[in-house]
Design a binder for this molecule. Structure first.
Ligand code: ATR
Length: 304
């Protein structure tokens, strides 16, 4: 434990529940590594107290906070100023209290891109079309960042077609919707659904039509290697796990609050992943993981 001084810098993560969040462990690692006089706290707050809670943190001198489920949309509303990443994602995961104003950003897309660049070196957004499974909040942040980074086409495939069509209309540009994933010629396949997560069914897709140079990414990180990623590796494709996105999305907030640009490396990865099962269970089934605290199974462990 670090001993705090009277001028310690404070930040935390607002969620409900928040016990599942790995962000305190992640930011705590960086605080210790850099010997920073500061703390990052879990901050459970019910939806009807969220806005008041955020303003109270600002009044109490916090530097800012992360925002996780179910508050990412409310996080957008509570801000005085939002940046382009938040507007494109329609949601906020990082709040910075500065000059008497609440500033909001969404670093999920940034974290996703940084994670692919780290785990699949040489991949470029303009390398070819991307196929995204899912059309929720995570899909929106990832589709936006891919389009804005020069990806020639993003295709959304979702259980509820209308959700994908609505998202495509909202984002605009080189984005379309398909009933089945158009894998031939795709440079990137991303799972943004909860399929493949411990306790859920696997995402069943035949990866055979993907080109050999394609990258397969999953934003699920419990288990670290989902059945989709295992299938990709078995075909010799490059696979990018969801933990990298979690680690990289945290960097901009940490730098804004604590004044140091932190690094993602193997030591951090191992520290944050200490209780995450490495892969699917026997026969490719996804092992349910044991309840780890008062919030029960980590059913909503995806980002932040
Ligand atoms: P997040 O904000 O984390 O992206 P979300 O907004 O709840 O979470 O989105 C979850 C996505 O996973 C949606 O695309 C959802 O599909 P629907 O739009 O049809 O609801 C998808 N999803 C969740 N459970 C699924 C399942 N069992 N099979 C297929 N898709 C599923």
């Amino acid at each position: 434990m670090t001993t705090l001084s009277g001028s310690a810098r404070l930040a935390g993560v607002l969620g409900f529940p928040v016990a599942h969040s790995r962000s305190p462990r992640l930011h705590g690692f960086w605080l210790r590594r850099h010997g920073i006089d500061g703390a990052y706290l879990p901050l459970p707050v019910a939806p009807d107290r969220f806005a008041a809670g955020v303003r109270a943190l600002a009044d109490l001198g916090f530097r800012g906070a992360n925002v996780t489920i179910p508050h990412k949309l409310a996080g957008f509303e509570v801000c005085d100023v939002v940046d382009a990443s938040a507007r494109r994602a329609g949601a906020v995961n990082t709040l910075v209290f500065r000059d008497g104003a609440i500033h909001g950003a969404n670093t999920d897309g940034f974290g996703f891109l940084e994670s692919i660049c780290e785990q699949a070196p040489g991949w470029r957004p303009e390398a070819g079309p991307a196929v995204l499974m899912g059309a929720g909040g995570a899909a929106r942040a990832i589709a936006a960042v891919l389009l804005d980074a020069g990806c020639p086409r993003v295709t959304l495939v979702n259980r509820t077609l209308a959700h994908a069509e609505a998202l495509a209309r909202t984002l605009g540009g080189a984005i379309d919707v398909a009933a089945a994933p158009p894998l031939e010629g795709a440079a990137l396949l991303v799972n943004t659904t909860s399929l493949g997560m411990a306790g859920h069914a696997a995402l069943a897709i035949d990866l055979a039509p993907l080109p050999a140079a394609a990258v397969v990414a999953d934003i699920v990180y419990v288990p670290l290697e989902t059945p989709l990623l295992a299938a990709a590796r078995a075909r010799g494709l490059r696979a990018v796990d969801g933990l990298g996105m979690l680690l990289h999305q945290a960097r901009p907030g940490f730098e804004a609050w604590f004044g140091v640009a932190p690094q993602v490396d193997a030591e951090l990865r191992a520290f944050v992943a200490h209780d995450i099962p490495p892969g699917p269970g026997p026969n490719g089934s996804v092992r349910p993981i044991q309840p780890s605290g008062p919030s029960g199974p980590t059913a909503i462990d995806r980002t932040t």
